[in-house]
Design a protein around this ligand. Structure first.
Ligand code: FAD
Length: 586
């Protein structure tokens, strides 16, 4: 097949039926365009398949831009045609994007040899799925509950201000992104097309087909829940086992130095209170960024890890119409375009970068804490993205230099333990110091919000002016269980507030109305990425502990659903290769 990029058609050429969200591809028009580009008659093209479709709003008339794969009526002509366009990057051979198993488990694989996957978020899901597809019958341990039960627990915080610490937005089947916008794109390098594997599995388990071709696909919360359940069933069908409410509380590591080898996991069955050892030589640790107790346990067991930068800030809410207007102009409101997103960045005079994070068009701001008496914000939406407001994190980048390094702060954050922070040499950063900082900010937000899981909030106009907000204006915020208006200057360090006050008017120049005085800020956003990096070698095993595979967002090898899924595929393959004595795929 031949892949042709940059095939452009006016928006009106795309047939869309809003009543059933169905988009019909303009195959005949694209075929004519492709034939013209290649200098061949349209009849020489036997089939055209749309690989990607995006929109280009830079011209006065909005364009639909396609990448298409064509099959020639006479496939023998393909090589000659490709040779004619060898110097053009827009005409290339279609790559083979199908995922191929790296090997197969021996039929004799004993129960005691089954690999373990800890965490059933996107990373753990895909590690377990590919291991199951290769016949390894993985055992999955997930601290939270299965997704339907978890949904009830999560809603209890949003509606009744009751947090379930082991079953919430961060913990449970599907992982952190289950109650999300379900954005499914990423900027990772993906030469092996593993992202396609992830997307194809999503579609096979109920996601809409359009996620395979839309440039910025998303599936929203409800559809994601069904997909997660479908993949769970597939893993079980293939011989895997998924144990919910099972928290890994310790790891047994035998040997010293280069001989350190994982030999067992200690697991707490949270439903019964029983604790048991699960012997294993291969455990994928797909923990997510909020498993602070497990990070601390790894630190105590000497697993190589370090503090890393992340970002802190607020959620910002605007009427979605402002964003649509700025992005789509006169085409705003066209059902095919849907609710528009944005991406903004500002480099402040104090050296800090402020940027938009995890933008949720037509969505809601959600309470995302996993710890009692702490407040954390994030955003989610449904597939339709039909809510009145756009929301996004507006966050400021921070570094380990910003994190606390005093014993008192550590003892406060870790129930009296200081993890040796008092012995740190000058210029060294404690691996757990980012967690201390997150906990400080989240606890302060709880206090500022009124100690009942309401989040502290402020109008943008008041935030820029530095005055407390007293009542909402034209923007009705969506955060549940509620917002307590205050002065958010107390919620974050002064450098972050200063950088954000500078960024807002600058963003207002890029998106007219972005700095509207009535827009609402809700705090705090602290879980933008993991506060630790759990390093691994080229074989995907921990830098200093064989058999332990740090993976996904928690270990800092992913950021987002798609990249976490891709990392899961890679780590699942790495486990299979280690068990079979094979080279890793290149
Ligand atoms: P996680 O999804 O965090 O999964 C880790 C799992 O491990 C959890 O289920 C946890 O319960 C379990 N676990 C942790 N410790 C243990 C233990 N000791 N024992 C057993 N189990 C354990 N990304 C996007 O790409 N698009 C979006 O639209 C998007 N929206 C988001 C909205 C919200 C509200 C949130 C919170 C996140 C959002 N994200 C989004 C980010 C995305 O969810 C994460 O990047 C992704 O889920 C990371 O996947 P993961 O598998 O590495 O970790």
């Amino acid at each position: 097949m031949i892949r042709i990029a940059e095939l452009k058609l006016p928006l009106s050429a795309v047939e869309y039926h809003p009543e059933n969200h169905t988009e019909y591809q303009p195959i005949a028009k694209l075929t004519a365009l492709a034939a013209e580009r290649l200098g061949i008659p349209a009849s020489a093209i036997a089939r055209l398949h749309v690989h990607k479709r995006s929109f280009d709003a830079r011209k006065s008339a909005l364009l639909a831009v396609y990448i298409a794969d064509i099959t020639l009526a006479d496939p023998a002509q393909e090589a000659a045609l490709l040779a004619r366009f060898a110097d053009q990057s827009h005409v290339t051979p279609t790559p083979d994007m199908a995922w191929k198993p790296v090997g197969a488990a021996p039929a004799t694989l004993a129960d005691s040899e089954r690999p373990v996957v800890v965490g059933f978020g996107p990373c753990g899901i895909f590690a377990a799925l590919v291991l199951a597809q290769m016949g390894f019958r993985p055992i999955v341990l997930e601290r939270g509950k299965e997704v339907r039960e978890r949904t009830k627990d999560t809603w209890r915080l949003w509606r009744q201000r009751e947090l379930t610490p082991e079953s919430n937005v961060q913990f449970g089947e599907g992982g952190a992104g289950t109650f999300s916008d379900g954005k499914l794109y990423s900027q990772i390098k993906d030469p092996r097309h593993l992202g396609r594997k992830v997307m194809t599995e999503f579609v096979q388990h109920g996601a809409p087909e359009e996620i395979l071709y839309a440039a910025h696909p998303h599936i929203g919360t409800f559809k994601l829940v069904k997909v997660v359940e479908g993949i769970r069933e597939e893993i079980i069908r293939l011989g895997g086992e998924i144990r919910f409410e099972q928290r890994v509380t310790d790891v047994q590591i035998d040997g010293e130095g280069a001989q350190r080898q994982l030999t067992a996991l200690q697991v707490l069955n949270q439903a019964t209170g029983e604790s048991y050892a699960l012997p294993t030589q291969h455990a994928v640790m797909a923990l997510g960024h909020s498993s602070r107790d497990t990070f601390a346990m790894f630190y105590e067991r000497g697993v190589a890890m370090e503090a890393k930068p992340f970002s802190i800030g607020f959620r910002i809410e605007h009427p979605q119409s402002i964003i649509d207007q700025a992005r789509w102009g006169k085409d705003a409101g066209h059902p095919l375009l849907g609710a528009a997103d944005y991406k903004l960045v500002h480099h402040a005079a104090n050296g800090r970068a402020v940027y938009s994070f995890c933008m949720c068009p037509g969505g809601t701001v959600v309470a995302a804490t996993s710890e009692p008496e702490r407040v954390v914000t994030n955003g989610m939406s449904q597939y339709s993205r039909a809510e009145r407001n756009a929301n996004a994190g507006m966050v400021c980048a921070i570094n380990p230099e910003d994190f606390p390094r005093d014993a008192k702060s550590f003892a406060w954050a870790f129930d009296g333990k200081t993890y040796g922070v008092e012995d740190l040499a000058e210029g060294q950063f404690h691996p757990l110091s980012g967690i201390v900082f997150q906990r400080q900010l989240e606890s302060k937000a709880f206090l500022l919000g009124g100690r009942n899981y309401s989040a502290p909030g402020q109008l943008v106009g008041d935030f820029v002016a530095g005055t407390e907000s007293r009542e909402f204006g034209s923007v009705e915020p969506s955060y549940k269980p509620g917002i307590h208006l205050t002065n958010l200057h107390h919620a974050l360090p002064a450098y972050a507030i200063e950088a954000m006050r500078e960024a807002l008017p600058a963003f207002g120049k890029k998106i007219r109305g972005y700095d509207m005085p009535d827009a609402v800020l809700t705090g705090v956003e602290t879980r933008t990425s993991s506060p630790v990096k759990i390093g691994r070698g080229a074989d995907f095993q921990s830098e200093n502990t064989r058999g332990l595979y740090p993976a996904g967002e928690g270990a800092s090898y992913a950021g987002g659903i798609l990249s976490a899924g891709v990392d899961g595929v890679k780590v699942g393959e790495a486990v299979a290769c280690a068990m079979l004595g094979l080279e890793l795929p290149s």
